[in-house]
Design a protein around this ligand. Structure first.
Ligand code: SF4
Length: 490
């Protein structure tokens, strides 16, 4: 039985970073699987802080679910709640919000979604974004589907309901064939845990083993927290069906060249995760090394904008020989930057979260290393704080190329015109931010840092880098229908 859900309140966040919109996690074959899922979601909290949900299945008590707004630790640690989620099979989801359903989120938009089919129930949790969701939704509604939420991800449940296949795993293969965009899905039936990754493998999904049980997770860091062993990544275009007999692998989609999200390496994934066999921390450190080679500058200190700029700042310092220092201290208890709707409060939010180490900064030429510049509002504020503290010079070095295009694959991005790099050159941004110099890593430099020694292949890019290059590996059909203009051919 699915249980009634309590009322909620949504939670605002800093809008000067791109935000991953979801993390997914699932466990089969261990008692009280939901407890492990709660821990896994806690480790994936950086992928979405607005809300979370867990569905579990128990042979006697059937399916149960709980969905809540707020942090995992504030909800899914309560014994009274976790006791309502019994059984050896559970999946969960943390979300920011899914593209296409902006505005106040309703609890009904919080995943996992559940569907009752003639052959039994199934729940799904989706990380990514369906780029033809509007068209699909219209079609499904015309054909009689009744949507419960405003989330694009619910299309998958309705496509499964319409499939003529005789069992749920076969319907799980069928449904995503109509879906365009990026998806890493974790799903469950009464007896199976299922993982599916889109043909380009834009969003991550990994397989782990926990004793006799199995785990699916957005990132390896969430395997570590529950003591699970990392087995492998789910391949792009692969579907795994896991039951008590083990893991079956299927390839339901036409083969395609992988286009993993390169921004996962730069910012979204946790530095203690492994992506593509590489430590995210080490990749970020290497980005700093490349940045120091590409954009050297004479200075006294290299300081990270904490926390995401830290590994790149270490790499920059190691390569340049300029001392590394914690010139900005982050208040660990603020969570991600506080935000309200006005510019004034937003700016206070940065000050509440970050403070300058004045004694260190005074009179120094400072290189600040940050992961990205989105709107530039936070960068300007940080520069002001550093100058107020008496720095002689401020040089920004950015561990990603200019973010000039929105993401349509499961990352919350401002509209194109709000991205500073969409309308300004690097020199103009430098002037706008009021810093002594501003340099971004090149796309080739970024590719080298993630392990592509020859850089980016312009004819067949190895990653999705659309937010930098404007070259979208999957046409954003709904956005194009709404008038979005792709980059003109060069
Ligand atoms: S557009 Fe950018 S953020 Fe989105 S999937 Fe591609 S690389 Fe990642």
């Amino acid at each position: 039985m699915l249980q009634a859900e309590p009322a909620f309140r949504s939670h605002p966040f800093d809008d000067d970073k791109l935000k991953e919109e979801c993390g997914v996690f699932g466990v089969i074959g261990v008692s009280d699987a939901a407890n492990f899922v709660a821990l896994g979601l806690h480790a994936l909290q950086h992928r979405g802080q607005e809300a979370g949900g867990i569905v579990s299945h128990d042979a006697e008590l059937g399916f149960n679910s709980a969905r809540r707004f707020g942090y995992v630790r504030d909800n899914f640690t309560k014994a009274s709640l976790m006791e309502t989620l019994p059984g050896p099979l559970a999946i969960g989801h943390v979300r920011y919000s899914t593209s296409g359903s902006k505005g106040p989120t309703q609890l009904r938009d919080v995943q996992p979604f559940f569907g009752e089919f003639s052959m039994g129930g199934a729940a799904i949790a989706h990380n990514g974004n369906i780029t033809n969701a509007n068209a699909l939704r219209r079609e499904l509604i015309d054909r009689g589907s009744i949507f419960q939420s405003s989330s694009d991800s619910e299309c998958i449940i309705h496509l499964m309901a319409r499939s003529l296949q005789r069992n749920i795993p076969e319907r799980m293969k069928d449904a995503p064939r109509r879906v365009e965009g990026a998806f890493s899905v974790v799903a469950m039936t009464r007896t199976k845990l299922i993982g599916v990754r889109d043909p380009l493998g834009v969003r991550p999904l990994v397989l782990g083993q926990l004793g006799d049980g199995w785990v699916l997770s957005s990132e390896t860091c969430a395997l570590d927290i529950i003591g699970a062993e990392f087995i492998r990544e789910i391949e792009p275009g692969e579907m795994v069906v896991i039951n008590r007999d083990g893991v079956e692998s299927h390839k339901p989609f036409a083969a395609a060249r992988s286009r993993f999200c390169i921004f996962e390496h730069v910012y979204f994934s946790r530095p203690d995760s492994i992506l593509g066999g590489r430590s995210v921390y080490e990749t970020r450190r290497q980005i700093g090394v490349e940045l120091a080679r590409e954009a050297p500058v004479e200075a006294d200190l290299v300081c990270p904008v904490p926390d995401s700029g830290t590994p790149a700042a270490i790499g920059f310092s190691q390569e340049s020989g300029i001392p590394y220092a914690m010139g900005i201290i982050r208040n660990q208890y603020m969570g991600r930057t506080f935000i309200e709707s006005t510019e004034q409060i937003r700016n206070m939010g940065v000050r509440l979260k970050l403070n300058v180490n004045r004694a260190l900064i005074r009179g120094k030429r400072v290189i600040l290393v940050d992961d990205s510049v989105v709107r530039g509002t936070t960068s300007r504020k940080i520069k002001d704080m550093i100058l107020d503290a008496g720095a002689a010079e401020v040089h920004f070095r950015i561990a990603s190329p200019p973010t000039a295009w929105p993401c349509f694959y499961g990352v919350d991005t401002p509209e194109r015109e709000k991205l500073l790099a969409s309308s300004m050159s690097t020199d103009q941004m430098c002037e706008h931010l009021g810093v002594d110099s501003l340099k971004f890593i090149s796309l080739d430099g970024l590719y080298r840092a993630v392990g592509e020694a020859a850089g980016r292949d312009p004819d067949a890019p190895q990653y999705c880098d659309a937010c930098f290059s404007g070259e979208y590996p999957v046409a954003p059909a709904d956005m194009l229908a709404n008038g979005f203009q792709l980059k003109a051919a060069e």
